[in-house]
Design a protein around this ligand. Structure first.
Ligand code: FCB
Length: 395
């Protein structure tokens, strides 16, 4: 039984970090597609966000004070390449400072190249719906490798590429708000190519770099364990949702990055494929997302077959009252530890997020941060739940 007093032991060298993405914290990313739709009133305005662009040093210091030894950040492509083929030296210098600050604080640097936003010029030209997106992304990856590569320890090319394709091209909740049946598949295919092309581009500059994606994964279970149809639909959901993309890039990935938030108990349904039957008894975050820590363990067991090191690149909870967060983290780390004991090469865990963020279409409502941000004054306050990191022992 896991109690309040239980200490979590993690292997020596394990990365314990927090994750963030540029658009969600930096503020004023005025050259991106998101910013444009925000000004048009189709999305909540991000404005200054957490003003991390100016306050990164303070934020990283807080990460250290909390007891973390790693950070996952993203580079804002629309800052670095505001016009097609025109690179901003000033922004490269900015990110150099950001990455050097992390190094100075002994925080291992995991860097994402695409975390949902696109430069406006590329979005106007069709984004990842077209091959132009693939080429542009490879060129961007090459440019970053040339100019910032020596400051990056672990690379993530794409964040949640499948979820991005679906939210932007099928459900129509992310720019460019399309509701199409086949387009998401085309975008996914292009994203597979984009990853491969970026992988080659980075390796051509830095042959020893370590590269992956941050894969969105969901733990699916059959609602009725012995029911043939429930088992069948679970198998299919798992294959398509958790493995399809990774299998395609298996040879072009040095490790596996996993984002884990969701659990689904599913029942076969002839009309819709399946129905979600999650028990109402599971705890819920402020966003209504149910928590199911052991799901991370079952997923890790599945990903063992790739025989690559694994990092949990995101896992977190929106919890303004801060009464669930420390238990949430502890429970997930407990199951991660169990996976390590099972012989799985898990090397790190990044909590989402370091500070409160602009949570995409949900605006500033959800509070995921280890650090609370008052968005009026930009004042920071470390949440009490973060004490949990001080209780961790590295064996
Ligand atoms: C993930 C996203 C991240 C954040 C969390 C809550 O899907 O990668 O940017 O919004 O969800």
């Amino acid at each position: 039984m896991l109690t309040r007093e239980t200490k979590i032991e993690l292997p020596k060298g394990f990365l314990l970090g927090a994750a963030s993405s540029a658009h969600q914290v930096e503020g004023r990313n005025t050259n991106s597609d998101w910013w444009e739709y925000e000004q048009m009133g189709r999305l909540p305005k991000s404005g200054l966000a957490a003003d991390h662009y100016h306050r990164f040093a303070e934020d990283f210091q807080l990460a250290c004070d909390i007891g973390l030894n790693a950070m996952r950040i993203s580079l804002e492509w629309s800052r670095i390449e505001p016009e097609e083929g025109k690179w901003s030296i000033a922004e490269i210098e900015h990110y150099k400072k950001v990455l050097r600050k992390l190094k100075e604080l002994n925080l291992t640097r995991m860097v994402t190249l695409h975390h949902f936003t696109l430069p406006k010029w590329l979005a106007d030209g069709g984004g990842f719906e077209t091959k132009r997106g693939v080429q542009a992304f490879a060129r961007f990856a090459w440019f970053v490798a040339q100019n910032l590569g020596s400051e990056i320890d672990l690379w993530i090319t794409l964040n949640e590429p499948e979820l991005y394709s679906i939210l932007a091209y099928q459900r129509g909740v992310f720019p460019p708000f399309r509701r199409k049946i086949l387009t998401p598949f085309r975008v996914m295919r292009n994203l597979i190519q984009a990853h491969k092309a970026a992988f080659r581009a980075i390796k051509s500059v830095l042959p020893h770099s370590k590269i992956s994606i941050a894969k969105n994964c969901v733990w699916f279970e059959p609602y009725r364990d012995r029911n043939f149809y429930d088992r069948g639909i679970t198998w299919l959901a798992n294959r398509m949702g958790n493995h399809y993309f990774l299998e395609k890039i298996r040879k072009q990935t040095d490790f596996i990055g996993l984002n884990y938030y969701f659990y689904r108990s599913i029942k076969f349904d002839a009309r819709n494929g399946y129905r979600v039957m999650n028990s109402e008894a599971l705890p819920k975050s402020d966003m209504g997302w149910q928590t199911y820590p052991q799901g991370i363990y079952y997923l890790l067991r599945q990903y063992k077959k790739y025989q690559k090191p694994i990092y949990i690149t995101e896992n977190g909870i929106a919890n303004a009252a801060d009464d669930m967060r420390s238990d949430f983290i502890k429970q997930h780390l407990h199951w991660v530890r169990k996976a390590v004991d099972f012989g799985i090469d898990v090397r790190g865990y990044f909590y989402w997020s370091l500070t409160d963020t602009y949570e995409w279409e949900a605006g500033f409502g959800p509070k995921f941060g280890l650090v609370e941000v008052d968005f009026e004054t930009q004042a920071r306050r470390v949440r009490d739940s973060t004490k949990v990191f001080k209780e961790i022992i590295f064996s």
